[in-house]
Design a protein around this ligand. Structure first.
Ligand code: ADP
Ligand code: SF4
Length: 691
């Protein structure tokens, strides 16, 4: 039963004319699917309704053709033809008594309009502010444009009502929405009645909310999402100015939705931000207004959530990532199953789906965005098929997730792990600076497996082919992972880098095994995700003189997709790491490396006593290939299938491994996967109907 300390999280609370059944508020979040995958997005939100959220929002919906953020895939509400897709979402959200919200966005200075080819409109004529420095500028809205824009918001509000929504969130945070662009002196340099004083800068949002209340306010609630602090220095909309704004406009929206300044700040990864990191910026705002306040902070602990409400910091617990990692978080708290919560690890892999315009993944919840495509439910799984037993070899994220899901299906499962401890790469990487929360990947799975009688764990069991053939398991799942390469093969070099053996070379595995370089260190990063930056910072803080060399124009380039790149660069500078960009390694010598410019091939020498090689990983697939070579012996050994999954098949981020493990478990005996792979698509796809 529910812990009474958490009762406060289940108190209903009014938002405008509506009543939220509890305090669990899924704030708008992107998912990479948007208008391209409306059924997939609707099903994903529907799962959250089932999981007990009181309020559930869409991602941003663009209200008019004059402002869109192609290439990013969000929702569109440009005309009546967009209503059915939105209606599908609201209907899914409203199951189980949740309120359905839609976030309306006019991107202003943030929308390059690549798709519609319209001239962008913004409070002040400035270059468009995007991740990619697009060579596009906006025209300043004139009075007629402002009148039009107010009408477009009203049109959009009327459409959202037809689409079945209860709440409208006006987007003015993260630098993305026009309301922030008007409020901030950085993006609003107007000299008319819409610029200058705070009262003038707040005029536009006041007008739009008044218009909308006239149009739909009798039945819908209007919320305003604003930045807690724009964090761009003197000109920006600061926390002090936000408080002044709220005080001046106490009753403006039906709810204040407080997000942090930039998206990077707001969705801070666990490497840089703790749970409830925005508390100081939010504290006290509630006393300025009688309207309810929602705030975010990667909340996964019910104790922290309850404290936030008890101490009057916020009224609603805003969650994006925690609701992705565990859509059933409210239900689990309600049922007294707190230990079953699949806590977000703060890796921001979910955000990469949006940033790469693909479809989002979650490291912790492999069913995210597969609810409709593959019919995967985060809490339910098909009973087992024809066979009985599975031997999972390797206990990294792939092996542990396979074992967890297989056990739920009812298979007899054994997990053999060569090391004395479980967890694979996660057990090792969680010990690196800033990555401890990533350990939740193994903690959650080991706990869940520990609750089940049909999984046996065998540590210290490095299996050979003969062992596997002797054990008598029907299905063999090989999740034996990968090892970092020392020879430099990655992107710059597809064959080993010419090297003098006198230069000591350390891989990330060596460092995680406790080996340490001596003297000056060159770290070569041709991997481009987090590992190079993490190790460079770590070694520098341990007292080494570290030079990080990378062929990329950015340190840890791929972390631009996880919104970490800027913070990583700052950390490296602070730690005293010398950063050399656009530079490769031509050859390795005793006491030095020869570098080459990525563009001109101009050579240089960097002296060092040690080289740390963060290049690529070699899959540990020897056991798999040896087993395949003994296929003639399978029948006698009782083996029906052998599959290679996770990093052992192809190394990737941890989310790829949990997905692979989950997929293995779902597909076993299902006919979806066969040795010859089949000729049909493995998931459902929304195909655009021809006009
Ligand atoms: P993934 O990310 O795909 O889950 P990991 O590298 O995290 O892969 O985990 C793989 C695990 O498999 C490691 O803990 C490793 O010790 C273990 N392993 C590798 N080969 C064998 C083997 N032959 N028998 C048992 N365990 C193995
Ligand atoms: Fe959390 Fe990572 Fe999942 Fe995103 S991908 S919800 S940050 S665990």
């Amino acid at each position: 039963m529910r812990n009474p300390a958490y009762d406060i999280l289940f108190d209903p609370l009014a938002i405008g004319p509506l009543m939220a059944k509890n305090r669990f508020y899924q704030v708008p979040h992107c998912n990479g699917g948007g208008y391209r995958d409306p059924s997939a997005v609707a099903a994903m939100r529907g799962i959250k309704a089932e999981g007990g959220w009181g309020v559930i929002f869409t991602e941003q919906a663009e209200i008019h053709q004059t402002s869109e953020i192609t290439p990013f895939i969000e929702l569109r509400l440009w005309e009546d033809a967009d209503i059915p897709a939105l209606r599908r979402m609201s209907e899914a959200m409203k199951q189980n008594g949740a309120l359905a919200g839609v976030e309306l966005a006019y991107s202003g200075i943030n929308g390059p309009n690549f798709y519609t080819k319209e001239v962008p409109l913004a409070p002040t004529a400035l270059p468009i502010r995007t991740f990619t420095n697009d060579p596009v500028q906006a025209r300043a809205l004139d009075k007629n444009d402002i009148r039009n824009l107010r009408r477009w918001f009203v049109n959009a509000a009327k459409r959202t009502r037809i689409a079945g929504f209860d709440l409208i969130c006006l987007y003015g945070a993260h630098g993305f929405g026009i309301f922030q662009h008007f409020l901030s002196r950085a993006t609003n340099q107007r000299t008319d009645e819409y610029g200058g004083s705070l009262e003038n800068r707040a005029r536009f949002v006041n007008e739009v909310i008044a218009d909308m209340k006239d149009a739909v306010g009798d039945s819908m609630a209007i919320t305003l999402r604003v930045s807690l602090d724009e964090t761009i220095g003197q000109l920006g909309f600061s926390n002090a100015e936000l408080r002044e704004f709220i005080e001046m406009n106490k009753d403006l929206p039906d709810l204040w939705d407080l997000a942090h300044g930039t998206w990077e700040d707001c969705s801070g990864p666990s490497r840089f931000k703790e749970e409830a990191a925005q508390e100081a910026l939010v504290k006290g705002i509630k006393s300025l207004t009688a309207k309810p306040v929602v705030g975010v902070g990667r909340f996964t602990s019910p104790d922290v959530m309850a404290r936030m409400i008890r101490q009057g910091v916020i009224d609603f617990i805003g969650c994006a990532r925690p609701s992705i990692a565990d859509p059933f978080l409210p239900k689990k708290i309600n049922e007294g199953r707190v230990e079953d919560i699949r806590e977000c690890i703060g890796c921001n892999i979910c955000i990469t789906g949006d940033m790469t315009m693909s479809v989002s993944r979650c490291t912790q919840n492999p069913t995210f965005m597969e609810e409709w495509r593959r019919g995967w439910h985060p809490e339910k799984i098909e009973p087992k098929g024809a066979s009985e037993s599975v031997l999972v070899i390797g206990s990294g994220p792939a092996g542990l997730e396979a074992a967890r899901a297989l056990s739920l299906r009812g298979y007899e499962v054994a997990v053999a792990e060569a090391r004395e401890s479980f967890g694979g790469r996660v057990a090792r990487e969680r010990l690196l600076p800033g990555l401890s929360a990533w350990g939740r990947v193994m903690d959650y799975r080991l706990y869940q497996i520990g609750q089940r009688s049909n999984v046996q764990l065998y540590p210290g069991s490095a299996l050979s082919v003969d062992d596997v053939l002797a054990f008598g398991f029907q299905n063999i799942c090989i999740a034996t992972g990968s090892r970092w390469r020392a020879d430099g093969v990655a992107r710059q070099h597809v064959v080993p880098i010419p090297a003098d053996a006198a230069m000591p070379v350390f891989t990330p595995d060596d460092l995680m095994d406790g080996k340490r370089p001596t003297g000056r260190v060159v770290l070569f990063d041709d991997d481009h995700y987090y590992m190079g930056g993490v190790l460079a910072e770590w070694l520098a803080r341990e007292g080494h003189e570290v030079t990080l060399i990378t062929p990329s124009a950015f340190v840890s380039e791929w972390t631009r997709n996880t919104l970490e790149q800027g913070a990583i660069h700052v950390r490296l500078i602070e730690a005293g790491v010398k950063i050399v960009l656009n530079t490769g390694l031509a050859s390795i010598h005793a006491g030095a490396v020869e570098t080459n410019c990525t563009y001109t091939d101009q050579r240089g020498m960097v002296e060092a006593e040690s080289l740390v090689m963060v290049a690529s990983r070699q899959q540990t697939d020897g056991l798999y290939h040896a087993l395949r070579a003994r296929q003639a012996d399978w029948a006698e050994a009782g083996i029906r299938s052998v599959r290679l999954i996770g990093d052992a098949a192809a190394p990737g981020p941890i989310a790829w491994a949990t997905f692979a493990g989950h997929r293995y478990a779902r597909e076993l005996d299902s006919g979806v996967w066969t040795e010859d792979w089949g000729d049909s698509l493995a998931f459902r796809r929304e195909v655009t109907a021809l006009s």
